[in-house]
Write a protein that binds this ligand. Structure first.
Ligand SMILES: [Zn+2]
Length: 449
């Protein structure tokens, strides 16, 4: 009999009871009503404070201001920002501690391989995490979703492990029901459905590929799951996935864009616009040579005082955004998000799709570059370029553990050390490379029928 495990996270309780959240919500409510000039004043005020703080406290910036002979007090406006150096992903792959402005005991690390395949580390503070949550909750509020609304979350959650008895994890303090993406199959659906209907969610949330899989299962059972919103991020959605989710979840799709580095956030509004949240971070756009209309997002976050990053190159691209005002009336600029985040669909040995397979290599450390290759369903290779602190045994053990959690048993993985990963003709490195997709029925395609 499948089970539900019940926990309540200490960290979440701390965050909820933290007095900072009320202050941040009030500030975010003010900037949401600001006009363009007000938003700019807010950005520049925070920028001045952040630059001075970084110049005093972060080893990297202390050294840079010293060597460049630039007075931090001379960086005052958005026009002054380009005088600062661009920060690259390699900085966070090689020397992340160099950017710390808080003692290590007050921060925690987060890792990602992102889309470029170079694992990197960033540090977060309690304050920056609360701000992140408050910024998302503000967006959800535009759709009538209040903090504390019940949410069904689909993740590549590791809680289920290989225990076939566990399909869901109930987190009552956080009003969340976590469903393991790993259990999204007809076999487990009756148990999952019982948990979801008993919980009565206001929202469903997670990777679009997982949300679409659940939607297909619900549709195949002849049911719908009306919610107030479908909260998505991280991946692009195909028109078929969107159509399926609209039909099954009935509510609006509430998408946001962000990165592990948390330098820029953008998201959809209730009027159908897609906005840069300019009180979260400053966005600069670097033209991408040879693309005509594409720009790389460079972000300067205005809220993480423990880990100041100024002018960070995300590697993500946007097109030229619309200039006409959004019917919602907010002064946040439009944001023209385009590609770069779709992944080829990885399949396990038994043909099951592995949602967001990048999580298998996302938390590997000590690598300059890493790539996950599917030679055929269930036969995988991790290609890696060793970097500082490389420990092959540790990398292999963690990758095998991640693979087992995400794709189940019976899959083969080999490890190859390389001096550099091969690039495609465009020079872009694909983090997930599917050489042979196999000839199995595609659940995502069947979802559109
Ligand atoms: Zn809008």
């Amino acid at each position: 009999m499948p089970q539900v495990r019940s926990v309540s996270s200490v960290q979440q309780r701390l965050r909820r009871s933290n007095p900072m959240i009320a202050t941040m919500r009030a500030s975010l409510a003010r900037t949401e009503r600001a006009d363009a000039a007000g938003l700019r004043r807010y950005q520049e005020r925070r920028l001045r404070a952040m630059v001075r703080w970084a110049a005093r406290r972060s080893p990297f910036y202390r050294r840079w201001f010293d060597e460049a002979g630039v007075d931090p007090r001379s960086i005052r406006t958005l026009e002054d920002l380009p005088r600062l150096p661009l920060i690259e992903r390699r900085h966070l792959a090689e020397t992340p501690e160099d950017f710390l402005a808080y003692p290590k005991r007050l921060v925690w690390a987060a890792h990602s391989s992102g889309t470029s395949g170079a694992p990197m580390t960033v540090y977060r503070t309690a304050g920056s995490s609360i701000f992140e949550m408050a910024a998302l909750q503000r967006q959800w509020g535009w759709f009538g979703i209040t903090p504390g609304s019940g949410s069904v979350e689909l993740r590549g959650s590791t809680f289920a492990g290989n225990d076939p008895e566990v399909v869901a994890l109930h987190n009552p303090g956080a009003h969340r029901l976590l469903i393991s993406s790993f259990r999204l199959s007809p076999e487990f659906f009756p148990a999952i459905w019982r948990e979801i209907t008993a919980f009565g969610p206001a929202t469903v949330e997670g990777w679009p590929s997982s949300l679409a899989l659940l939607a297909a299962l619900i549709r195949d059972a002849g049911r719908t799951l009306p919610v107030r919103g479908v909260i998505t991020s991280s991946e692009l959605m195909s028109p078929a996935q969107i159509a399926l989710m609209r039909a099954v979840y009935v509510g609006p799709i509430i998408d946001h864009y962000g990165q592990t580095e948390r330098v820029v956030m953008a998201g959809g509004c209730e009027a159908g616009g897609y906005h840069l949240f300019s009180d979260y971070g400053i966005m600069e756009l670097l033209p991408v040579p040879g693309t005509g209309d594409e720009h790389e997002i460079v972000g300067t976050p205005l809220h993480n005082w423990g880990f100041p990053l100024l002018r960070y190159r995300t590697g993500d691209r946007v097109g030229t955004p619309a200039t006409e005002p959004c019917p919602c009336g907010r002064a946040f600029p439009s944001f023209g998000l385009i590609g770069g985040r779709t992944e080829d669909l990885v399949r396990a040995a038994d043909g099951r799709p592995v949602p967001l397979a990048s999580t298998i290599i996302d938390d590997l450390t000590g690598l300059k570059e890493v790539q996950f290759v599917q030679h055929r369903p269930g036969v995988f290779e991790v290609r890696m370029v060793p970097g500082a602190g490389y420990d092959r045994a540790a990398v292999e053990a963690l990758a095998r553990e991640n693979l087992l959690l995400m794709a189940g048993p019976g899959n083969d993985v080999t490890f190859t050390e390389m001096d550099a990963l091969p690039r495609s003709g465009s020079g872009k490195l694909k983090m997930i490379l599917v050489l042979d997709p196999g000839e199995l029925p595609d659940q995502r395609e069947s979802a559109s029928s």
